[in-house]
Design a protein around this ligand. Structure first.
Ligand code: FES
Length: 170
């Protein structure tokens, strides 16, 4: 290893051509840093990134004139509140008021918030029909519509078609 942290190929032996002229070999060729130099550079780079990640939010807040309490997590909460809407759905005869992310599909609201898992998530692309529900009496694919678009609507799922303990043929 040389002082620069690189290893070099051993120089090739000089050769002579047909005329007896001696060809000078090229100088040594660097093949890259040694394993030790590479690991040292990698560790130093990783520590630098970790330090930047820890310091950056506070520096940014100070630059904006905000208190340190507004640190990480605060921004996420603000973004979450920005995308939340209160939605009232009448599902199978019961009214439900939900605070939903505005990007949640009707299918996910029914399955994950109201635990009405009779409505299935098949393709999630409007192709299979497994997520079909009735909205105000009209059949739709609930995977293709946002829950916030149905504020105040009447929704009937497969559970709503059953009468008591007797399942609907569907
Ligand atoms: S999940 Fe397939 S159409 Fe909605």
């Amino acid at each position: 290893m040389h002082d620069d942290g690189y290893e070099y190929f051993a120089p090739p032996e000089p050769t002579t051509d047909e005329a007896g002229q001696r060809d000078e070999p090229p100088g040594p060729t660097p093949i890259g840093p040694t394993r030790r130099a590479f690991l040292a550079q990698t560790v130093a780079g990783g520590l630098s990134l970790a330090a930047l990640e820890a310091l950056a939010p506070e520096a940014a807040l100070a630059h904006l004139g905000l208190p340190p309490e507004a640190a990480p997590g605060g921004g996420e909460a603000m973004a979450a509140a920005e995308h939340t809407a209160r939605v009232t759905l009448s599902v199978n005869g019961s009214a439900h008021t939900l605070d939903l992310d505005t990007r949640v599909t009707l299918l996910d609201a029914l399955r994950e918030r109201l635990q009405l898992t009779g409505t299935k998530k098949g393709c999630d692309h409007g192709q299979c029909g497994a997520c079909t529900v009735l909205v105000n009496g009209t059949r739709i694919n609930s995977c293709l519509t946002l829950a916030v678009m149905h504020d105040g609507d009447t929704i009937t799922t497969i559970e709503g078609l059953a009468t008591g303990d007797e399942l609907h043929p569907m």
